[in-house]
Design a protein around this ligand. Structure first.
Ligand code: 5AD
Ligand code: SF4
Length: 474
């Protein structure tokens, strides 16, 4: 499986200052999102569908007539968090029996009607391909019947729906270019929860990107579980658009629009994509290339379709074509049968690549996957924890080294907004996706500025605005 960084974040919505059904007339929904950026983008599609049907968003669940949890199944703890949250909503539902509670997304798809049996406060269960049926299912639930739709589709891409941008900074936005996943990584539940892979028509992607640019957005991230297998065939002309071609078309919208994409599968990313990046300075020098493990034996059991040597050669090739390209990764420690020697190979791989960023997880067995059915989850918890700690520690060292190497250099930064720590400072990222915090000066959100790096932590670069308008080469 190829993936976007798993942020597991919760999304609040801007409150709308109007009356509501809890004492008013306009029904309100509250949505909380767990999991990946694709799921976050799905919540924006859900918000668009609900808004069209007369619902308004609220960021305060006490004011909501409808509470939705858009859930993730990737690891057991993602599901546990949702169940704990449902527990917290019990008291509110007891006080307000008219309140509807829905579980959407991957956990809904995985557990289906079992969720209704296990979690009595849930009224709606809706899988990732069934969001268009939300209004009908809400009507059914309002009449007192539990409502469920977990049908997966081979066609649904929500291509015609313009997402309502939630919790947006007005600078960065996500665009889903495909859905589902045809890889069958043995550890991964996603093919079961998100179904078969399908690509969205390029015209609708380009329309959405242009609309965002016209609204002032300056960075779009093209999302898919495996973007390199994006493929659209025009039904009339049979002309095919590949991911590399799509990238070039989005990049042509404006040199002022930055393009990112996620996730690339090491076995699928092509030279065409690398050359397209090299041709377009506005396609960011950053590739999320999950390795999962540095041991070929483990990779084979994971059904990743590459070995460690092949992955290293891919990294070399990326650096040959794009010398200034940053790489990030996902790593799973403690997969079935992982020995101490396998673990060392993962650390060696990290030393070889020196990733700019890494998302690191301990293996969590997911019911129904190939690994759950055929391999023993045999690495003890304390060993998984220790290996994870070692991987995190090494990654911190690499990030700190990489950030220190930037001191004195000048970077072009897209300003995203105030820094978290101080209103006098702004934060933004360079093309390599490194966060840079600097004194605000005259700079504004959505502008490109040049910043000279003066210091760093392992997570962030610190700098000052530079009068020079030429970035240093990395
Ligand atoms: N256990 C732990 N981590 C997992 N991932 C996917 N499935 C599992 C699992 N069963 C990780 C992979 C993937 C990222 C999004 O989540 O590293 O790339
Ligand atoms: Fe995203 Fe679903 Fe995978 Fe979670 S299980 S990371 S929500 S695709």
């Amino acid at each position: 499986m190829a993936f976007v960084p798993n942020l597991e974040r919760e999304i609040g919505l801007a409150a709308v200052a109007e009356d509501h059904r809890v004492g008013g007339s306009t029904p309100r929904f509250y949505i909380e999102t767990y999991g990946c950026q694709m799921n976050f983008n799905d919540s924006e599609i859900i918000a668009a569908i609900l808004t069209k049907h007369g619902y308004h968003p609220t960021e305060d669940f006490h004011l909501a007539d409808l509470i939705l949890l858009n859930t993730c199944s990737i690891r057991e703890n993602a599901e546990q968090r949702v169940r704990a949250r449902l527990g917290e909503f019990h008291a509110i539902k007891r006080r307000r029996p008219g309140l509807l509670i829905g579980v959407l997304g991957c956990m809904a798809e995985r557990l289906k009607s079992k969720l209704l049996e296990e979690e009595h406060i849930v009224d709606l269960v809706i899988g990732p391909d069934a969001y268009r049926s939300l209004p009908a299912l809400i009507a059914q639930a309002e009449s007192g019947q539990k409502a469920i739709n977990v049908l997966l589709s081979r066609e649904e891409t929500y291509a015609d729906i313009s997402p309502v941008r939630l919790a947006s900074n007005g600078v960065n936005a996500f665009i889903s270019i495909m859905r589902g996943c045809n890889n069958m990584c043995s550890f991964c539940v996603v093919p079961f929860t998100r179904g078969r892979e399908r690509s969205r028509p390029p015209a609708s992607i380009l329309r959405e990107a242009r609309e965002l640019f016209d609204l002032g957005y300056r960075e779009v991230t093209l999302l898919g579980q495996n973007v390199d297998s994006y493929r659209w065939e025009d039904p009339a002309t049979h002309t095919v658009v590949t991911f590399a071609q799509l990238l070039a078309q989005v990049a042509a919208i404006s040199p002022k629009l930055r393009i990112r994409f996620s996730t690339s599968h090491p076995k699928d990313i092509t030279d065409d994509v690398l050359f397209t990046m090299a041709d377009h300075p506005n396609i960011c020098r950053y590739i999320h290339l999950p390795v999962q493990s540095g041991s070929s034996a483990v990779l084979q059991r994971m059904f990743r379709n590459y070995d460690a040597e092949w992955y290293r050669r891919k990294v070399d090739r990326i650096r040959e074509v794009l010398p200034d390209c940053a790489l990030s990764t996902d790593i799973i420690v403690g997969f079935c049968g992982e020995t101490e020697d396998d673990h060392q190979k993962t650390l060696e791989m990290m030393d070889y690549v020196r990733y700019h960023q890494a998302f690191m997880f301990r293996y969590s067995e997911r019911p129904g996957t190939y690994a759950a059915r055929h391999f023993a989850d045999d690495v003890p918890d304390d060993v998984k924890a220790r290996r994870l700690q070692e991987v995190i520690q090494l990654q911190n060292q690499h990030q700190l080294q990489r950030n220190r190497e930037q001191i004195g250099k000048i970077h072009e930064v897209l300003v995203e907004g105030p820094s978290r720590r101080s209103a006098n400072q702004l934060a933004g990222r360079n093309s390599q996706n490194q966060m840079i915090v600097f004194d605000a000066g005259q700079a504004r959100k959505g502008e490109y500025v040049f910043v000279q790096v003066t210091g760093c932590t392992s997570a962030t670069l610190l700098g000052t605005l530079s009068p020079t308008s030429t970035p240093s080469t990395n």
